[in-house]
Ligand binder design. Sequence first.
Ligand code: ADP
Length: 348
Amino acid sequence: MSDDLLDGFVQAIPMPALMVDQTERIIAANTDAKTLLGQNIVGRHFATILRQPQVLEAIEQSLQSKGTKAARHLSNDGAQDTTFDVQCRYMNGVGAVSGGAVLTTFQDVTHLEQASQMRRDFVANVSHELRTPLTALMGFIETLRGPARNDPAARDRFLQIMADEANRMNRLVGDLLSLNRVESEERVRPNQQLELTGLLQSTMNSLRPLAEEAGVTLTLGALDGPLSVTGDSDQLRQVFTNLIENGIKYGASGGSVTVSVLSSERDAAMRGPGVRVKVIDKGPGIDSVHLPRLTERFYRADNHRSRQLGGTGLGLAIVKHIVNRHRGRLRVESELGKGSVFTVILPR
Ligand code: ADP
């Protein structure tokens, strides 16, 4: 292969690519490879350019065995880490000396690495969240079999705690299944016609006993009359249940949770007709450092309080995915000591 042909061939590869021949020098490199490794790499010994032992070894072995080798290359541009899958393939009949050369390509697999890291973190979090109530249950079973066997008062108390822990596990499994269902449907836009004001009123009615127990007044504020929107009524009910329940649970000290609805023909966020549902509480509010991460799975602004109140840490993650499925937006505004406003914006 002539030098021009070789350059043209390497240049056509849609990722960083270079060739190392039997003299162990780089004989060709495309623009992407030069951006990644340096502009003047052609003609240099490959070990002076690629310093990572795994990659050097893969190229050396491929040159020697005239076969295929793979490695990982990690780079950092000061701002972020990038992971490359490096593939070495031997080509006969190219290079300065007889034999051939190794074509080395660098495929960016950072997004795959990040996805698998997220999956590992998620599994670790779920296991931890399930293990905590499970450990409590196992401990109380032991106690009921042993020291508390003949103590009816202790038995009743422990059975109540066991029921609470079992409920916590049940809620967690329920939320995980909801999240899974919502995520798998996220690309399919819901197409049911529903009336939003009625749905909000009935959601609030079902939460009134919880509000009364917490000493919170639940009010429906500004209202626009019957509002028809396209959506999934079960999922929207879940969105408003989660937000109002959070308002009652975390904002109880503020004494009230207000829900308001406002529709407009030109909602700035929807770039067209939209409706905004606000869930407002006057509780302790949320520190601004937490706001960007609040909808992540298992993220809690106040770990202790969430667990004390039986939270799963998944409520807002479910809300975010349902709102995304409806092509809507979720906005959170909060100020410490003043309360929080969660706004769901839906297209109409
Ligand atoms: P949880 O099951 O812990 O309630 P969520 O995903 O519903 O999980 O909420 C995440 C975290 O956001 C909560 O743990 C809590 O710290 C915070 N949070 C949510 N809503 C409010 C609110 N209205 N006021 C204060 N903090 C809130």
